[in-house]
Design a protein around this ligand. Structure first.
Ligand code: HEC
Length: 292
């Protein structure tokens, strides 16, 4: 008769598995605070005790059927501490009689096969794995658990929120604080392509709106070119409402205007003007003499 695993070990194993499952699904250690975890732990412990009680009954029945010799042997065995018993049985060989009972009637080259029972811990792990698979596939199919897309969405939202939070904490860009930066030109070009090319055309060569690459300007409210661009884009043109006040109207933020102004500055100062001969619009306004 085989010795049974003590109840406290079964309880530890079950609690360990519960921890794994809850942690996997909650993705944080907060589950300790939920009543679900403690309810599941309580139910599991009760089930372990019920299983132990049934085991006791079966053991008693089996014990009655043993011979006196076997009874003595079994009782002596139960006196050995459990872990020592495990240690001993790891190196214990089956007796010839025991082997005869489980010998399967086929072999090859003198090698015979024994019908050994699978270890309980192995079977337990196997059934746990199967149950876990079912749980996992079901929650993957019918809930948001472990979905790469959902996880991506959530992280994306969290990042956007973090960026908004950051933007709220930095002071807005105004004409006083705006500065030209080479780093803003590429992003400024994107803003320009989205909002401005309808009138100022590709690369600011001019159409409904004036050519932005030459040195002739209708509006010259500021002394330096960069501030001048920021001013006109932020406030619009006082003479022509077609050029709306992108900043005042709230269409673009100060930060965006700083970027798009960097792009306009770039095409005006760091690239050759697009002349009418090259398809650019004819100069409008008066020649500008910007302060550096
Ligand atoms: C709906 C057409 C339209 C759009 C869109 C538009 N503009 Fe203009 N823009 C104009 C017109 C028209 C003028 C000339 C205003 C005037 O006569 O005072 C102008 C003038 C300007 C000027 C001053 C040029 C000068 O010679 O005084 C700048 C700088 C400018 N726009 C930049 C931009 C930027 C940057 C954008 C995109 C954010 C933009 N514009 C979008 C029509 C437009």
């Amino acid at each position: 008769m085989k010795r049974r695993t003590p109840v406290y070990i079964n309880i530890l194993i079950v609690l360990g598995l519960l921890l794994v499952v809850f942690y996997m699904f909650a993705q944080s250690s907060d589950f300790f605070k939920t009543k679900y975890f403690w309810a599941a732990a309580l139910v599991s412990i009760i089930v372990v005790f019920i299983q132990a009680a049934i085991g006791d009954l079966i053991e008693n029945e089996k014990f009655k059927k043993l011979t006196d010799e076997e009874k003595k042997l079994y009782l002596a065995e139960t006196k050995v501490p459990y872990f020592q018993y495990l240690w001993n049985s790891a190196s214990k060989k089956q007796t010839a009689k025991e082997e005869e009972d489980i010998l399967i009637d086929h072999g090859f080259d003198g090698i015979m096969e024994l019908d050994n029972q699978l270890p309980k811990w192995w079977l337990g792990l196997f059934y746990f794995g199967v149950a876990y698979c079912i749980l996992y596939i079901a929650s993957y199919s019918f809930t948001d658990f472990a979905h790469p897309y959902v996880e991506y969405e959530n992280e994306h939202k969290a990042q956007i929120a973090a960026i908004d939070e950051y933007n709220k904490s930095v002071p807005p860009v105004t004409i006083e604080t705006a500065v030209f930066s080479e780093d803003n030109v590429a992003e400024g070009q994107q803003i320009f392509n989205t909002n401005c090319t309808a009138c100022h055309m590709d690369a600011g060569k001019g159409g409904i709106g004036p050519n932005l690459t030459d040195n002739f300007w209708i509006n010259q409210p500021e002394k330096t070119l960069f501030k001048n661009i920021f001013h006109v884009v932020y406030n619009g043109s006082p003479h022509n409402p077609t050029m709306q006040a992108w900043g005042k109207n709230g269409v673009l933020t100060g930060k965006d205007i700083e970027k798009v102004a960097a792009y306009v500055y770039h095409i005006n100062q760091e690239q050759a003007p697009i002349t009418p001969a090259q398809g650019g619009a004819a100069p409008q306004g008066t020649e500008a003499h910007w302060e550096k």
